[in-house]
Design a protein around this ligand. Structure first.
Ligand code: TXA
Ligand code: MG
Length: 329
C-alpha cells in the first residue's frame, strides 16, 4: 500500500501481526499479503486483480505454468468463478468445506488466465482457519493464494516461516498461529471427458474419507498431467538432500556424515532426530512435518533421512511430500 504518511518498507523486515482490517486494506489496494490457513500459510491477492496476482508469481518466483488455488468465503462466491458444478461437488462441499479439500472445476470467463495458467479449469477451496475466514469476510473478492514459500521449497506452517523466506517481499504477514493440519489441501480434479474425479494431490483430507462420500477416486499419474503442475516431482524440497526409506539401512549407508532424521514414533539415535508423533498419530505427525524439515535444513546436518510413514490417512500426504523432497537430487 502506498501510504504517504508512512515510509514504504524497504528493509528485510515485514511486520507480523493479527490485524485483519490492515491485511484487508492492503489486499483492497492490490497488495500481496501472507495469510494463515489450517493447512499452510498462503500468499494472498485479489483473484480478480491481474496485477495483484502477477505480484504473487513475482514474490514466489513461481513459473507462470503453475496455477493458483482460489479461496472463497462461501458457496455464493463460487458463482462468478465456476461454470458448472458436477453432481458430486455438492456432496464434497457439504462434507469437507470449510476444510483442506480443493476442487478443480470448469471455470468461467471471469477468472483471469494468470490465476489458472490459461487452463479452462479453476481450483477452489474454502479454508477452515478462522483468521482466513475473517479476512475473506473483510474483503469482497475471493483470494488467489499459493503456499507462501519460494517456489519448490517446503511450505510454511507458521508466520515466522513466512518471514524467514519472504520477509521484506510482502507488506504484511497475518499471524494465525501454527497451522493445525500442516500439509497442503487434497486436490481433486473433475475430469470432464472421463466424467470422473481424479486425485491430483494427496493432502489434508484423507482419500479414505473422500471415498466414503463419492466412492473410490483414481490417482492422477505424475507426468501424464500437465493439468496439475504441482505434481512436479521435485517439490517441497529443503536445501539439504533428503532420502526416504528404511532408516536403520540409510543410517548405515550414510555413516560418517552429520545426519538429521525424521521419524514417526521412534528415535533412531541420530544427533538431530525429529520424532513427529510419539503417540503414533498421523495427523499430529503431518502438522509437524514441515517445521521439522525446516529445522533440520537449518541444522548442520548434511543429509536428512526420513522414515516411510504408514500409507493411510494423513500418512499418504506425508509420504508424498517426503518422496518429492527426496526427488530434488
Ligand atoms: O492447502 C493448500 O492448498 C494451500 C493453502 C494456501 O490453501 N495452497 C497451496 O497452493 O498448496 P499451491 O499453489 O502451493 O498449490 C496449488 C496447486 C498447483 O501447484 C496445481 O498443482 C494445483 O494446485 N492447481 C491449481 N489450479 C489448478 C487447475 N486449474 N488444474 C489443476 N491443478 C491445479
Ligand atoms: Mg505450494
Amino acid at each position: 500500500m502506498r501510504n504517504k504518511e508512512k515510509p514504504v518498507l524497504c528493509s528485510m523486515e515485514t511486520p507480523i501481526g493479527t490485524d485483519v482490517a490492515q491485511a484487508a486494506a492492503l489486499l483492497r489496494a492490490g497488495a500481496v499479503v501472507a495469510m494463515p490457513t489450517e493447512t499452510v500459510y498462503g500468499l494472498a491477492a485479489n483473484a480478480f486483480d491481474e496485477a495483484a496476482v502477477l505480484r504473487i508469481f513475482q514474490v514466489k518466483q513461481r513459473p507462470s505454468f503453475d496455477p493458483l488455488i482460489v479461496h472463497v468465503r462461501d458457496r455464493e462466491q463460487l458463482s462468478p468463478l465456476v461454470a458448472r458444478l458436477p453432481r458430486e461437488a455438492e456432496a464434497l462441499m457439504e462434507h469437507f468445506w470449510p476444510g483442506p479439500l480443493t476442487l478443480v472445476l470448469p471455470k468461467t470467463g471471469r477468472v483471469p488466465d494468470l490465476v489458472t495458467s490459461g487452463l479452462d479449469t479453476v481450483a477452489v477451496r474454502m479454508p477452515a482457519h478462522p483468521v482466513a475466514q475473517a479476512l475473506l469476510r473483510a474483503v469482497d473478492f475471493p483470494l488467489a493464494a499459493p503456499s507462501a514459500n519460494p517456489f519448490g521449497y517446503v511450505s510454511p506452517t507458521s508466520a515466522q516461516h513466512v518471514a524467514d523466506q519472504l520477509g521484506g517481499k510482502v507488506p504484511y504477514i497475518l499471524d494465525g498461529g501454527p497451522c493445525t493440519v500442516g500439509v497442503e489441501s487434497t486436490i481433486l480434479g473433475w475430469e470432464q471427458e472421463a466424467g470422473a474425479w481424479l486425485l491430483y494431490r494427496p493432502g489434508g483430507t484423507p482419500v479414505e474419507a473422500i471415498a466414503e462420500v463419492i466412492g473410490a477416486v483414481g490417482a492422477a499419474q505424475p507426468g501424464l498431467l500437465p493439468a496439475s503442475p504441482g505434481m512436479l516431482e521435485s517439490h517441497y524440497a529443503p536445501g539439504t538432500p533428503v532420502h526416504a526409506g528404511d532408516v536403520p539401512q540409510l543410517l548405515e549407508a550414510h555413516r560418517g556424515k552429520r545426519i538429521g532424521v525424521i521419524s514417526f514414533r521412534q528415535h533412531h539415535g541420530a544427533a538431530h532426530n525429529e520424532v513427529l508423533s510419539v503417540k503414533g498419530d498421523l495427523a499430529e505427525a503431518a502438522s509437524r512435518l514441515f517445521a521439522a524439515l525446516r529445522k533440520l535444513d537449518r541444522s548442520d546436518a548434511e543429509v536428512i533421512l526420513a522414515e516411510i510413514f504408514p500409507q493411510e490417512g494423513l500418512g499418504v500426504a506425508i509420504n508424498d511430500r517426503l518422496r518429492r523432497a527426496a526427488a530434488k537430487r
